[in-house]
Design a protein around this ligand. Structure first.
Ligand code: NI
Length: 264
């Protein structure tokens, strides 16, 4: 398909990690390239206390950059009221639009005690999001069953997204029924994308968010390179191809979805 020139549409990268060391040398240039590619807004997610603070600081410095604050499951530790207060203080900053990324990762974590710790920290941050009326950005890797049951049990009154969705079409329907959004990124463009294209074809577009999860998992044709927010366009193009829509239409609806969920 012939892509429209940048500037005629607007995209939002709803999930990126600009605090990653891979951007240490050229973060400003990366943000500029994103803007030049039509990616006018980006949500930069924290995964530790330190990177959450960095995400807030970076968002303060750049127009169109927003932050999520939270503890990633791989970084889970026994939080105390003190750490709750630190996260809550950052979460109240005007640039912060989400608690994230939070969730469960059973791919990397096999130890049952550590998995239970992940669950406790996940639930604790869901509570924080509810108190602060913020949406949540959820990481779920090889933990679809527990993620779904925790959200059913502990997610009342919350809105959010299953970021980098990797579950089955059946599981997708369950999350959608509960009112959650699904976020898709580079893997949608991979040859071994498995069931994901099927999920994207069948789901309501009003619940779809596009993202990069940069610096990892760069979409085709950049696969294998460092990922960056400008590349979210390749994810949008793949969605457009699967849905038989124009890139401009996908840009419009996914941008509106990001604005709705994150109150941008
Ligand atoms: Ni991420």
């Amino acid at each position: 398909m012939i892509a429209k020139a940048a500037g005629s549409f607007e995209l939002v990268d709803t999930h990126t990690h600009l605090n990653d060391g891979k951007f240490a040398a050229d973060c400003d240039a990366v943000i500029e390239r994103a803007r030049a590619a039509g990616v006018t807004r980006m949500i930069n997610m924290g995964d530790t206390l330190a990177s959450s603070e960095q995400a807030v600081r970076l968002a303060e410095q750049h127009e169109g950059l927003y932050a999520g604050v939270g503890i990633h499951p791989e970084e889970a530790f026994e939080m105390t009221a003190r750490e709750d207060d630190i996260l809550a203080a950052w979460a109240k900053q005007p640039e912060v639009v989400a608690i994230g990324e939070i969730g469960l990762d059973y791919y990397w974590e096999k130890d049952p005690d550590r998995r239970r710790l992940q669950q406790r920290i996940f639930i604790r941050q869901l509570d924080l999001a509810r108190q602060l009326h913020l949406p949540v950005c959820i990481h779920d890797r090889d933990a679809h069953g527990d993620t779904l049951s925790i959200l059913k049990r502990e997610g009342q009154g919350l809105r959010g997204v299953l970021h980098c969705y990797s579950g089955s079409p059946e599981m997708a329907r369950e999350f959608l029924k509960l009112g959650w959004y699904l976020g898709v990124d580079g893997p949608l463009t991979f040859k071994n994308a498995a069931k994901l294209p099927e999920v994207v074809k069948a789901m309501p577009l009003e619940r779809l968010l596009i993202e990069t999860d940069a610096p990892y998992m760069a979409p085709v044709p950049m696969r294998g390179k460092r990922n960056e927010p400008a590349f979210v366009r390749f994810v949008a193009e793949k969605v457009a191809e699967l849905r038989g829509c124009s890139l401009a239409e996908i840009a419009q609806v996914t941008t509106r979805n990001a604005e709705d969920l994150y109150a941008l």
